[in-house]
Design a protein around this ligand. Structure first.
Ligand SMILES: *[C@@H]1O[C@H](CO)[C@@H](O)[C@H](O)[C@H]1NC(C)=O
Ligand SMILES: *[C@@H]1O[C@H](CO)[C@@H](O)[C@H](O)[C@H]1NC(C)=O
Length: 167
């Protein structure tokens, strides 16, 4: 278990910084300036704080889950969006690849039946709220997608902090 954890940490150390810089830059460049408005949801700060204290496995699993949810959210109705299609596609491709890699690492772990489930439920509720009460209620407008873009940038930056704790 230990060696798998370290293998995963090594992988994250070697690939993550570079990838993170790349997808954050794609997110910035796919559209204009990041909006100054905030999405009408509470950022799950306490959830991240909880994960800050979690085991490596749970941190990696949480990271995987957030990335998965981001890719699913961006799979919604984007008809009104005028972002650069190539940057958006590349952004999502990197995240999907990252999800697959993290998933294959986690496959090697023996799954604890632990409170790890709870953060995942909270994360699910938060993203459901973003989808239903933000995106859908605001008719998938270009404006609401800008709020989502900003919110997702915040998540990816917060995940950087989480991952930095692994080395
Ligand atoms: C968001 O909501 C739409 C419409 O209700 C649904 O089709 C879609 O699967 C949902 N997306 C996510 C990521 O839950
Ligand atoms: C979204 O669209 C519906 C139906 O077209 C409309 O009734 C509603 O006012 C719109 N909401 C917003 C926030 O634009």
């Amino acid at each position: 278990l230990r060696s798998v954890a370290c293998h995963c940490c090594d992988w994250i150390r070697h690939h993550y910084g570079h990838l993170s810089a790349e997808y954050l830059s794609l997110l910035d460049q796919m559209g204009g300036d990041i909006t100054k408005q905030n999405a009408p949801v509470l950022f799950p700060t306490s959830l991240y704080r909880h994960i800050d204290d979690a085991e490596v496995e749970d941190k990696v699993r949480f990271r995987k889950e957030v990335i998965y949810k981001i890719t699913k959210l961006f799979d919604g109705n984007m008809k009104s969006v005028t972002w650069d299609k190539k940057n958006l596609d590349d952004f999502l491709k990197i995240l999907e690849k990252q999800f697959e890699n993290l998933n294959s690492f986690l496959f090697n772990f023996v799954r604890h039946v632990s409170p790890a489930m709870k953060p995942e439920r909270r994360l699910k509720r938060y993203f459901k709220k973003l989808n239903r009460t933000v995106l859908r209620k605001m008719n998938y407008s270009a404006q609401v997608w800008e709020l989502i873009r900003k919110e997702m940038k915040r998540h990816l930056q917060r995940l950087d902090i989480l991952v930095a704790q692994l080395y």
